[in-house]
Design a protein around this ligand. Structure first.
Ligand SMILES: Nc1ncnc2c1ncn2[C@@H]1O[C@H](COP(=O)(O)OP(=O)(O)OP(=O)(O)O)[C@@H](O)[C@H]1O
Ligand SMILES: [Mg+2]
Length: 222
């Protein structure tokens, strides 16, 4: 479970993003974060991902107080707990699909083990026939699937996605939504910021950032 309690976030000099904001995210849930550009969606994701020290308030992940750890402890903790996917895929252009998925773990584990896991996960996202291709040889949707594979390599319980379909056409978006369904069924918690109503509506819960806090919004059924 993720517990954000009475958090204040501001950027200097005078931009307050969240004010006394609290929210509880249950394990295994799928939460959509919406709100206008600049409302603080990415900031919230960074907060949960251990990348943004709040001015005050508490962030607990499975009862661990994220911002009371040392920076090193937090880094290790987040590496185990959280995977990240971004709008711009962020694959390294000079490396193959397999290498891109393996790279984040290279400093930490045996290469053979990483390779086996990477191949298994690339198989799961349906790109085993592209293992040795470069990102530039893939479609946008395929590149984003590789980014998901990379994020899931450590099998993190929490997956944070910042506008993961923002650069994709409708067909590729639907493809990613299908992948997200699978990931959710496997028990991962998904926290996903989006401007796309269709994507937002696939979450079990929609949280809107409004007036520097969170408001739960109705999902559209059907
Ligand atoms: N490092 C920073 N330093 C100063 N201001 C920042 C910083 N990061 C974000 N901001 C400001 O904080 C506000 C919230 O930014 P954030 O990126 O969280 O918004 P967002 O909801 O993700 O927007 P978008 O939908 O455009 O991605 C914006 O006004 C932004 O300019
Ligand atoms: Mg953003």
């Amino acid at each position: 479970m993720i517990l954000i309690d009475k958090v204040n976030i501001s950027y200097k000099p005078n931009t307050v993003i969240l004010e006394n904001a609290s929210i509880k995210i249950e394990k295994g849930s799928w939460i959509s974060i919406v709100g206008p550009s600049g409302s603080g969606k990415t900031s919230l994701l960074k907060l949960i991902g251990g990348l943004l020290l709040p001015e005050s308030g508490t962030v607990l992940i499975d009862n661990y107080n994220l911002y009371q750890m040392t920076a090193n402890e937090r880094h290790t903790f987040i590496r185990d707990k959280v995977g990240f996917v971004y709008q711009q895929f962020r694959l390294l252009p000079q490396f193959s699909v397999l290498e891109n998925v393996m790279l984040p773990l290279i400093p930490y584990e045996k290469k053979k083990k990483i390779r086996d896991n990477a191949e298994a996960i690339i198989d799961k996202i349906g790109l085993s026939n592209r293992l040795n291709h470069l990102p530039s040889e893939l479609s946008g949707g395929e590149q984003q699937r590789v980014a998901f594979a990379r994020a899931l390599l450590t099998n993190p319980p929490i997956l944070i996605c910042d506008e993961p379909t923002g650069n994709l056409d409708a067909a590729n978006r639907d493809n990613i939504l299908q992948l997200l369904e699978h990931i959710h069924e496997e028990g991962h918690t998904i926290i996903l910021a989006t401007h796309d109503e269709i994507v937002a509506n696939r979450g079990q819960q929609i949280l809107e950032i409004e007036k520097k806090s969170f408001v739960e919004r109705e999902r559209i059924h059907g």
